[in-house]
Design a protein around this ligand. Structure first.
Ligand code: NAD
Length: 263
């Protein structure tokens, strides 16, 4: 436990359960001394979040669907009446119709393309627009989660790869927009992780096993490892890092080929 985030407050968006990447980040941030508020999507996820939030000393939870501007407005109004300022925000949100996270991208429908881009990429802009006025004076950090399917073809990832490419670009543009106000914007790119969203991708188990077997560090990243990177980025230790895509994948991304014994 460190005190890297002592005195800092932030909003965590995207905890669905205790396997969520957002939960790994929340725990690490709490252990580093941060105070946390949460959003959740709908009543069922709210019920699952309640005991988790309590574990990290938080009773601030608000229902947000990022496709619904009114719910975002309500959430940020509630947050700013509780805390006039925040120091960080974690956007760990993505969605695509499961039926299109398999097979060929040729089968992507217009409706699912738009919805996937809206939830998984555009929402970071909607969230940033509401969060940055709460960060202005003392600066702050916006974090999102991406995956290497943005720049390389990963079987079945399809439209989500396109959405992650857009999200990474949004990260860079927001970093340029908000840098002059002392606000840093970064994305963490873990390797495959066993979460609800991860399981929706066709062949998820095989992809997980393949990267786990081949990553130079010997396995896929843990929730704790992703959490540690988020703590660094949100703390003063990360004070001059912005617009970056930070990989937390055990080094898998440097490989041109799998290990000889795995061919
Ligand atoms: P998860 O299922 O635990 O979290 C996804 C979250 O998105 C859920 O809390 C869900 O409620 C939320 N969400 C979806 N649509 C929403 C909407 N309209 N409004 C509000 N919230 C909505 O899965 P996760 O793997 O922890 O995903 C978190 C982030 O990490 C995602 O951006 C995902 O793409 C990214 N990521 C995941 C992996 C992986 O292998 N699991 C790898 C790299 C990046």
């Amino acid at each position: 436990m460190s005190d890297l985030l002592k005195g800092k407050r932030g909003l965590i968006m995207g905890v669905a359960n205790d396997r969520s990447i957002a939960w790994g980040i929340a725990k690490a941030m709490h252990d580093a001394g941060a105070e946390l508020a949460f959003t959740y999507q709908g009543e069922a996820f709210g019920k699952r979040l309640e005991p988790l939030a309590a574990q990290v000393g938080s009773d601030f939870m608000v229902d947000v669907d990022v496709t619904d501007d009114a719910s975002l407005d309500t959430a940020f109004a509630a947050l700013s009446s509780r805390w006039p300022t925040i120091d960080f925000l974690v956007h760990a949100i993505a969605f695509s119709d499961k039926s299109e996270l398999t097979g060929r991208i040729l089968n992507t429908s217009r409706a699912n393309f738009k919805n996937s881009m809206d939830i998984s990429a555009y929402s970071f802009i909607e969230v940033a627009r509401r969060a940055y006025p709460m960060m202005k004076d003392a600066g702050g950090t916006l974090l999102t989660l991406t995956y290497q399917g943005s720049t390389r073809v990963v079987p079945n990832y399809n439209v989500m790869g396109v959405a992650k490419a857009a999200l990474e670009s949004v990260t860079r543009y927001l970093a340029a927009d908000l840098g002059p106000e002392g606000i840093r914007v970064n994305a963490i790119s873990p390797g495959p992780m066993k979460t609800l969203a991860g399981a929706a991708i066709g062949g998820a188990r095989k992809t997980y096993k393949f990267t786990d077997n081949n990553a130079p560090l010997g396995s896929n990243a843990t929730l704790e490892a992703v959490g540690g990177t988020a703590v660094y980025l949100a703390s003063d230790a990360g004070a001059y890092t912005t617009g970056e895509i930070i990989r937390v994948d055990g080094g898998y991304h440097v490989l041109g080929m799998p290990k000889a014994e795995n061919l």
